[in-house]
Design a protein. Structure first.
Length: 127
C-alpha cells in the first residue's frame, strides 16, 4: 500500500498542499519496501489529488488539509488521515505497526499563506 506523507525537514507538515516535500512510502506485509522523498510538484486547486492518484497512492497523511482537498481525495478513492504530527520516521513506524491515528485537523482557512509553497491559482470562493 502506498502512503504519501506531507513533509517538512523530516517532520509531518502542518499544511498538506503547501509543504515543501512529500515522502512516499510503500508498505507490504508490514515492511517498508520503497521510500522516496519528492519536491512538492505545485499547489494548484485539484492538482495534487490527481497527481497522487496517478502515483498509486492509497492514503495521504498530513497535519492539516482543507475540506475541498479531502473531498477530491475521497472522489479518487484515496483515504486521508489528518491531525498527524511527529517525525516521518515515527509516523512510518506507526503505519507499519498499524497504530497510526489522526487527530484534530490543523488546517485553518488561509492559515497556510506565507508558509511553504504559495497557491499558483485559486478559483474557489473565499469565505
Amino acid at each position: 500500500m502506498r502512503y504519501v506523507i506531507s513533509a517538512d525537514a523530516g517532520q509531518v507538515s502542518a499544511h498538506f498542499g503547501r509543504c515543501p516535500q512529500f515522502t512516499i512510502v510503500d508498505i507490504e506485509n508490514n515492511e517498508v519496501t520503497h521510500r522516496e522523498t519528492i519536491a512538492n510538484p505545485g499547489h494548484m486547486p485539484a492538482y495534487l489529488p490527481e497527481f497522487f492518484h496517478q502515483q498509486g497512492a492509497a492514503c495521504i497523511v498530513a497535519g492539516g488539509m482543507g475540506q475541498r482537498a479531502r473531498m477530491l481525495f475521497d472522489e479518487k478513492g484515496i483515504r486521508t488521515v489528518t491531525g498527524v504530527s511527529g517525525s516521518i520516521e515515527d509516523v512510518t513506524a506507526a503505519i507499519v505497526a498499524g497504530t497510526l491515528s489522526g487527530g484534530e485537523n490543523s488546517c485553518i482557512p488561509e492559515s497556510g499563506k506565507g508558509y511553504g509553497l504559495d497557491k499558483q491559482r485559486c478559483d474557489h470562493p473565499h469565505s
